[in-house]
Design a protein around this ligand. Structure first.
Ligand SMILES: [Zn+2]
Length: 162
């Protein structure tokens, strides 16, 4: 959510300088935004790996979104691929720091991780941030994803870039 806020802020600045025809200012803003996002990913990955270390965790499981290579550079304009791309960066930072800490990273297929009920196996979409199943199970959407990734046996590799 914080990332979203930062992105919106820089999008507004970008538009303003584009209108004012100040291309150098636009480049400056783009670079600054990238530095900030990169810094956040470094801190996040550090925190994730440190938490794993503190709890003697030997494996960190992540989702690997599909078609990463075709979307990294070519179509960063659209939001979905932007999301894919920023997740790719975070994932590779986690990989790097985990490796140094002797922790494995495993990628699993993301299919249904945000939809399947871990209790009864029904598939349904979360409404807003909440996931409620007909069996009575209820949780935050992100927590559901984490639980399903954790339970997943759909192993698809240990590197984001094949
Ligand atoms: Zn259920």
């Amino acid at each position: 959510r914080k990332n979203k806020y930062i992105r919106r802020h820089y999008n507004n600045l970008r538009k303003r300088f584009q209108k004012a025809k100040k291309p150098k200012a636009v480049v400056k803003i783009n670079n600054k935004e990238q530095r900030i996002m990169k810094d956040i990913d470094h801190k996040l990955s550090r925190e994730i790996v440190n938490t794993a270390k503190a709890h003697d965790i030997s494996v960190i499981k992540l989702e690997r979104l599909q078609n990463i290579r075709s979307t990294t550079r070519t179509s960063r304009k659209n939001n979905h691929s932007l999301h894919t791309w920023s997740f790719y960066r975070l994932a590779t930072f986690i990989e790097y720091k985990a490796k140094l800490a002797g922790i494995e990273v495993e990628y699993v297929d993301p299919a249904y991780t945000s939809q399947i009920c871990p209790i009864c196996g029904r598939i349904q979409h979360a409404k807003d941030r909440n996931y409620t199943c007909r069996c009575g199970y209820q949780t935050h959407r992100d927590l559901l994803g984490a639980i399903n990734i954790c339970n997943s046996t759909e192993y698809i590799g240990n590197r984001y870039t094949a």
